[in-house]
Design a protein around this ligand. Structure first.
Ligand SMILES: [Zn+2]
Length: 89
């Protein structure tokens, strides 16, 4: 299977981020952010579970899309993003 080439716009956006934000983005994309799953693997935390819901390991995917405890926060942010986009059009 062929991989898609990197999107030059996204690469340019990411490389323009301040170092701290770029570190967070890379951590989330590689599942090595300072979330409990990774901290447990590197033996910094004794618990790999999500501190909000205590139902699943706190991975990047869980943090960004699956946690039921932070669902309302994600929904509100998505609504705000949609409103911002609609106001630009
Ligand atoms: Zn959770």
């Amino acid at each position: 299977m062929l991989r898609k080439p990197p999107d030059a716009r996204l690469s340019k956006y990411a490389l323009a981020l301040p170092r701290q934000k770029l570190r967070i983005l890379v951590g989330l994309l590689t599942n090595r952010a300072n979330l409990n799953r990774h901290l447990y693997i590197v033996k910094v935390s004794d618990d790999e579970l999500c501190p909000f819901c205590q139902e699943e390991e706190e991975s990047s995917l869980h943090f960004l899309a699956k946690c039921v405890a932070t669902m309302n926060i994600r929904r509100d942010n998505l609504v705000n993003i949609c409103w911002s986009i609609m106001n630009l059009v």
